[in-house]
Design a protein around this ligand. Structure first.
Ligand code: ADP
Ligand code: MG
Length: 405
């Protein structure tokens, strides 16, 4: 009777072991079964030297981290590991040791896994770069799990998934997004050409007038140097104004990789209004700017976020035609920052609301329908959102962005 039971148990154990081996082998995850025991001795040695916090110690002593890696014994790896890391050669991989697969830049990941293990965390996961036997590197999703019962025996399981394709696709998507945003900016500048030309021409005309006046003062029998001095100062100021406008347009037109930075949304709204000064004057639009004090900064690319604000304001001005009121307000919103752009135009027909953010949706004769989709993609790329609705008077666009840090 007792023997039967034992046989059953052994059989069940064998099946379980078999199942585990199957999973270990058949998964498309590269598995490493590691013996961590010798690392424990090293850590106890460090403790004895009076080190209480391993984090800073590991950061200061990368050689020690390497030493821990060399002390970690590889118990077994699956076929996927051999293919991914070892170029198909299991014996060579086992002989090389864990150390050989760890680029310097990823040392912190091993250190963090050790800290997670010794502080009783059940697992640790992160994205990092790992190496191959032939000296290559790839983007990896790294997971280490420390189930208490195996940890007591000193063994732990590491899983590695090759995410090269995903990382590449993400990078491609980000580049595409940046190119799309750039194309939309150029198209937006196109809509503003008349205003921009005016903004440059005005100071140039003023410069010409000041110069002519200066020449007249100089041509007198007794040249009036004081008058000329005043005129030259005015010329310098107007030239700076024209250069400012051209600088702003150039920033908008330039094609460069997005550089996320901590920005003041309020500052951006003010800059956008300077940029649109003439466009707004030309339409006789009244502008109300209502900025909340003490807003936290947001993390975004300056030009792209500027593009969002300008886009929404231009749409509002275009919707209102002559006159109307454009209201831009900012406010804090639990851990986020909110910007609303409201106008007193005709609003948005209910059935158009769901299509507003689709590419090429436009109701304007010369419209491109790229403005709102690009606003959304810019905001989503930095964790923000944008929604459209009808307010009491006209359309209301609401942007939210997470606070930086
Ligand atoms: N403030 C607004 N008021 C009313 N309709 C708007 C407003 N903003 C955008 N729309 C509608 O959304 C459409 C898409 O806008 P957008 O993506 O900027 O492209 P475009 O300006 O080239 O038409 C506009 O054609 C218009 O119908
Ligand atoms: Mg538009």
């Amino acid at each position: 009777m007792a023997e039967d039971n034992t046989a059953d148990l052994l059989d069940a154990l064998k099946r379980s072991e078999h199942r585990y081996r199957n999973i270990f082998q058949a998964m498309s995850v590269a598995f490493w079964e590691l013996d961590f025991f010798p690392v424990g001795d090293l850590l106890r040695g460090v403790r004895k030297q009076g080190v209480e916090d391993f984090g800073p110690y590991f950061r200061k002593n990368p050689d020690f981290v390497r030493q821990m890696m060399r002390a970690t014994r590889i118990v077994d790896v699956n076929d996927r590991t051999v293919a991914l890391h070892g170029g198909g050669d299991k014996a060579r991989l086992m002989a090389a040791g864990l150390d050989a697969f760890w680029p310097d830049a990823s040392l912190g990941v091993y250190a963090a896994a050790v800290i997670a293990a010794v502080t009783g965390k059940p697992s640790y996961a992160t994205e990092t770069r790992l190496g191959t036997l032939d000296g290559g590197e790839f983007d990896a999703l790294f997971t280490a799990s420390f189930p208490p019962d195996t940890m007591n025996k000193g063994t732990l399981l590491i899983g590695v998934i090759d995410i090269t394709e995903r990382v590449r696709a993400q990078a491609q998507l980000a580049q595409l997004q940046a190119e799309f945003a750039h194309a939309a900016r150029i198209s937006m500048l196109g809509e503003l050409t008349a205003s921009i030309a005016h903004e440059v021409n005005q100071p140039l005309a003023a410069i010409a007038a000041s110069a002519a006046a200066g020449q007249r003062w100089l041509a007198r029998d007794e040249p009036d140097i004081e008058e000329v001095r005043t005129l030259v100062a005015r010329i310098a100021k107007d030239a700076a104004r024209a250069a400012d406008t051209i600088g702003r347009v150039r920033d908008m037109a330039m094609r460069r990789a997005p550089e996320p930075a901590a920005l003041s949304l309020n500052g951006l709204v003010e800059e956008a209004m300077v940029f649109l000064r003439h466009e707004i004057q030309g339409h006789g639009t009244r502008v109300v700017v209502d900025l909340a004090r003490g807003l936290p900064p947001v993390l975004a690319d300056r030009t792209q976020l500027q593009q969002v604000v300008v886009n929404l304001a231009v749409n509002a001005v275009q919707a209102m035609g002559e006159g109307g009121t454009l209201t831009l307000s900012t406010a804090p919103q639990d851990g986020a920052v909110r910007l609303t752009v409201a106008d007193t135009g005709p609003g948005i027909p209910e059935d158009s609301l769901p299509r507003l953010f689709q590419s090429f949706y436009t109701t304007k004769a010369g419209g491109m329908g790229m403005g709102l989709p690009i606003c959304r993609s810019i905001l989503e790329s930095c964790g923000g959102t944008i929604t459209a609705a009808n307010g009491e008077a006209g359309a209301v666009f609401t942007v939210t962005m997470p606070a930086a840090g």
